[in-house]
Ligand binder design. Structure first.
Ligand code: ATP
Length: 233
């Protein structure tokens, strides 16, 4: 579904990505793992059209999307839950959810307010609260729910559980497992290797702007050396 081939991305004169390649098939949950500053967010920003790679290719179902502006990439069906949530602070929970709602995957059973409130009962209770009145965990749930309301073909989560209490984190994992069972394709950036080897199909490890390892959850679980060397586990 999504293919990224040999992309090279710069910030001014400094090169952040040195030929990153990865792929996500329909229905797969894939992770991009790596320590801070290794190029995870830059990879996502390159895919989403937030920064433009100097070289390489990015395609969605064979259609080249590299160089497209972000809004066009989003409309093509890539739904981002950005690092730091970035929900609308002055809109209510309900308004946050409907503001960008769309059926981008042309789904027969698209996400609706009712369905996301079933998935996140805590948000249902807070539906009239403003974004800035929510706890960090509720804001994160809202960011995931808002992305679902665009019915993305591929959901991308950038550090969705960062800084969250263990119970809230578990809630996010529960939701990802539920989405995977429903066939949602997901690309996840997170540091929680243990939970991700349980949920995801495949993993890529990035180090200093290069993919240095990729493999299945079983292979990653059975490879303490990779976990220790590149992920500090
Ligand atoms: P983190 O988990 O800390 O966000 P990351 O793996 O997502 O880390 P990136 O944010 O992609 O890493 O950063 C990759 C490299 O690019 C780092 O060396 C970083 O300093 C640099 N970088 C990131 N954003 C910018 C920017 N806007 N301008 C200049 N350099 C940047």
């Amino acid at each position: 579904m999504l293919t990224v081939e040999n992309i090279e991305t710069f910030y001014g004169p400094s090169q952040a990505l040195f030929g990153v390649s990865l792929a996500v098939e329909a229905g797969e949950v894939v992770t991009l793992l790596g320590r801070n500053g290794m190029g995870k967010t830059t990879t996502i920003s390159s895919i989403m059209g937030i920064v433009r790679p100097h070289a390489g290719a990015i395609a969605l179902d064979g259609v080249p999307i590299m160089g497209w502006p972000s809004h066009k990439v989003a409309r093509a069906g890539l739904g981002l839950v950005p690092e730091g949530r970035q929900i609308f602070p002055n809109l209510s929970v309900r308004e946050n959810l409907v503001a960008t709602a769309a059926n981008r995957s042309a789904s027969d059973s698209p996400w609706s307010l009712e369905r996301v409130f079933d998935l996140f009962p805590a948000l249902a209770e807070r539906r009239t609260n403003m974004g800035n009145q929510l706890s960090g965990g509720e804001q994160q749930m809202l960011a995931v729910a808002r992305a679902l309301m665009t019915n993305p073909r591929l959901l991308i989560l950038d550090e969705a559980t960062e800084g969250l209490a263990p119970l809230i984190r578990a809630e996010i994992w529960r939701v990802l497992e539920h989405l995977k069972a429903a066939g949602q394709s997901i690309l996840v950036i997170d540091k929680n290797v243990e939970a991700l080897t349980r949920i995801a199909d495949r993993h890529y490890v990035i180090e200093k702007g290069r993919i240095v390892w990729s493999g299945s959850s079983g292979e990653l679980k059975g490879n303490p050396d990779i976990q220790h060397r590149y992920l500090g586990v």
